[in-house]
Design a protein around this ligand. Structure first.
Ligand SMILES: Nc1nc2c(ncn2[C@@H]2O[C@H](COP(=O)(O)OP(=O)(O)OP(=O)(O)O)[C@@H](O)[C@H]2O)c(=O)[nH]1
Ligand SMILES: [Mg+2]
Length: 393
């Protein structure tokens, strides 16, 4: 899977509830810190509209009434507390779970009902703004601590052997998932402030660089979770920050997903409402669903799907494209309508898509056909494109 998103934050903020509501994996949830110890890995989805709605014939079995869900990997990590990078709480080994993540959803308890270590307090007692800086800092110090290992030797090699600094840094930070391109981008920004060669950087300069590396390699969006019980001013304070903030109720999403799975209601993740379809619900169940329904109207959905979509489409700038064999019917060789959906970085070409489908197809690539226009494609891919690839292999 090409895209991987991590759910991070202090203990007890609702990361596992978010994860379970998005993946339906069976994970532990409880109102105390450090419920999760080993990271949970699962499959979540982004929501988009399926191109099958453009077809006049043929039945698509890969969407729900024109709503298409495209898989991504999701990771639910253990709660982080201040000084995790030096081993506090569950320690720095848990930061390594963030390695595969291309983006981070910072799950914040916007209700203010848990302190900085995740212990329950009165709602509104803790200021959720305090949780933002701390996570940034832990991630930066995690990168800094890895970067510093053997740095005096490495930086002298850069000097003596004329190596590319971004290559050495990316190599040093492979364990944190930093690419050469990201290292290069961070170095460019760093170079605007510091012109010293690498072997002369002091600790504060290396920390500054680590912060830029964090921003490049682990972009972050905020889920203002427990929005169902959060004071409104907490959400607006978070919104004043320089981040995309999505109010979420992971608990409500989980209740709706479970009720949909059991056949009690019909709910498509990301919808603004649901429909009760079972006539066997108790008064208590109907009452609980009524409360969720009011909340959906107030918040504009549970926010979970919206948050995942924002992370993938906005933060990571991805688009969805659909390779097909038959450009008239949008099918593969066996007649399946729109069998595959690929997430690709905006700006990718049909040739890039060919490689994504298979290296052989990429190597034998001749041209691509835009299935909607029935014309050869001479432009970058766009979101929702249906593409026939013509290859010698
Ligand atoms: N009201 C409300 N409670 C929530 C919401 N999401 C989670 N909770 C509650 O918050 C508590 C902690 O949830 P978890 O999902 O276990 O939190 P976590 O961040 O995974 O915690 P650790 O694994 O300990 O780091 C549980 O009691 C959940 O039921 C929400 O959207 N609204
Ligand atoms: Mg957890």
């Amino acid at each position: 899977m090409s895209i991987s998103i991590a759910l991070a934050g202090k203990p007890n903020s609702g990361k596992s509830t978010f994860f379970k509501s998005a993946t339906l994996a069976d994970v532990e949830i409880a109102n105390y810190p450090f419920t999760t110890i080993d990271a949970n890995h699962g499959i979540a989805h982004v929501r988009t509209s399926c191109p099958c709605t453009d077809l006049t014939s043929g039945h698509c079995t890969n969407c729900r009434n024109g709503v298409r869900f495209v898989p991504i990997a999701a990771i639910d990590v253990a709660g982080l507390v201040p000084d995790a990078h030096i081993g506090r709480g569950l320690g720095n080994a848990f930061l390594d779970n963030l390695r595969q993540a291309q983006a981070i959803i910072h799950v914040v308890d916007a209700s203010g009902g848990t302190d900085i270590e995740g212990n329950p307090v009165e709602i509104g007692e803790h200021n959720p703004l305090d949780d933002i800086g701390f996570l940034e800092q832990e991630l930066t110090l995690w990168l800094f601590s890895i970067l510093k290992r053997n740095w005096s030797r490495l930086s002298k090699r850069i000097q003596a052997e004329n190596l590319k600094t971004e290559v050495v840094i990316a190599d040093q930070l492979t364990g944190a998932g930093v690419t050469i391109l990201q290292a290069k981008a961070a170095l460019t920004r760093f170079g605007e402030r510091c012109s010293k060669p690498p072997h002369l950087w002091d600790d504060s300069e290396m920390r500054e660089l680590s912060d830029l590396l964090r921003i490049e390699s682990k972009p972050m969006i905020i889920a203002a979770n427990k929005a169902d019980i959060a004071p409104v001013e907490n959400i607006s304070r978070l919104r004043d920050l320089n981040y995309t903030v999505v109010p979420t109720s992971a608990e409500a999403e989980l209740a709706l997903r479970m009720a949909d799975k059991s056949g009690a209601i019909r709910y498509v993740p990301g919808d603004l409402s649901f429909e009760i379809i079972s006539d066997k619900l108790s008064d208590a169940q109907i009452h609980a669903l009524g409360r969720i329904s009011d909340m959906l109207a107030k918040l504009g959905g549970t926010g979970i799907q919206q948050c995942i979509n924002a992370a993938v489409f906005d933060l990571l700038d991805q688009i969805v494209v659909y390779p097909v064999e038959d450009e008239a019917k949008f099918t593969d060789k066996k007649g399946n309508v729109l069998p595959d959906a690929f997430l690709m970085k905006r700006g990718s070409t049909a040739h890039d898509l060919a490689y994504q489908v298979h290296t052989d197809i990429g190597e034998g690539f001749l041209y691509a056909v835009d299935a909607r226009q029935r014309m050869r494609m001479g432009r970058e891919l766009e979101d929702g494109d249906v593409v026939k690839i013509v290859s010698t292999r």
